[in-house]
Design a binder for this molecule. Sequence first.
Ligand SMILES: NC(=O)c1ccc[n+]([C@@H]2O[C@H](COP(=O)([O-])OP(=O)(O)OC[C@H]3O[C@@H](n4cnc5c(N)ncnc54)[C@H](O)[C@@H]3O)[C@@H](O)[C@H]2O)c1
Length: 364
Amino acid sequence: MRIGVPKEIKNHEYRVGLTPPSAAELVAAGHEVIVETQAGMGIDFEDQDYVEAGARIVPDARAVFAESDMIVKVKEPQAGEIALLEPRHTLFTYLHLAADKPQAEGLMKSGATCIAYETVTSDSRTLPLLKPMSEVAGRMSVQVGAHYLEKEQGGRGVLLGGVPGVAPARVAILGGGVAGVNAAQMAVGMRADVTIYDINNDRLAELDMFFSSQIKTAYASKAAIAAAVRNAHLVIGAVLIPGAAAPKLVTRDMLPTMKRGSVLVDIAIDQGGCFETSHATTHDDPVYEVDGVIHYCVANMPGAVARTSTFALNNATLPFALRLANLGAEKAMAADRHLAEGLNVSGGKIRHRAVAEALDLPFN
Ligand SMILES: NC(=O)c1ccc[n+]([C@@H]2O[C@H](COP(=O)([O-])OP(=O)(O)OC[C@H]3O[C@@H](n4cnc5c(N)ncnc54)[C@H](O)[C@@H]3O)[C@@H](O)[C@H]2O)c1
């Protein structure tokens, strides 16, 4: 199969669909890999790295789409890219169609087979192609939280880990899933005083076993969250109700009870946010203040560490990309129901029930 990798064109997106090592794996399996010039430039992958991996460099996205059967990307296709899609193409990337009707209609019109990373499933009932980005965002949340707690950044002037003779900062993590656990690992590593709140008691028991005495766990009742928010220096929102908007766990009226200069990091902002006062921000202008509390609500946190994120994403996507290339999209999905769950659009129709329902379009 001919596999194309265009340069990402969304603002501030430096990730790339295939790393040079992933391209080499596909070439070794007998496929042709076609990469737009400078596709990986933002994260220091030179064209020469792709050439050494056995890929071919072409001058623009038009050539990538014209010469490829499958397109591997990171972000949802932009209007100019959708215009280049044809019925013969398989598109493998994040789509997030449920909140993007114009994109869904564009993909339907293209006739292409569009497989979304975010709806591919696994036996363990997780979303394996979302997981790496939750790992990155969870780990980053503590890094940015510690940064904004610094006085010069408008924060309270508190060191996350304290020092001998001075107590560490208190970190409350709402949601003990993938992002929450990764946040906890970083916060524990920095010697903060960490509590994880969740409503899933089995999950709380697992966390208790996993972290032992390094953290505390608590059931996420309204009262427990109100008390947590009052006492914490850093609150990390990492909840997820699959397919639904994030619940507003920290309400507007809780903010005046918080310490001035404390920090809220809302990882769940891509699902609407779990703090009532959250609104999405960008890496250009990541924070704002409400009642003296700093809010960090960047919707694509992994973009800030684009090199790590690209490798992490490739680790998860490559096995699926190989299967799609080896068998062709139709046979690969027939052989793997988890990959088939990734199918969102094909032949001009919406093929994913939840996406169809969210967009109020017919499901086929
Ligand atoms: N901002 C970003 O750049 C970025 C990047 C990756 C992921 N995310 C988002 O991070 C969030 C977490 O993702 P994840 O992969 O860790 O999800 P996950 O499913 O692994 O974990 C979510 C956890 O939230 C818990 N939960 C649900 N409702 C709750 C409630 N009312 N109170 C307390 N806990 C509750 C669940 O029991 C679960 O343990 C998602 O919204 C995801 O979209 C954001």
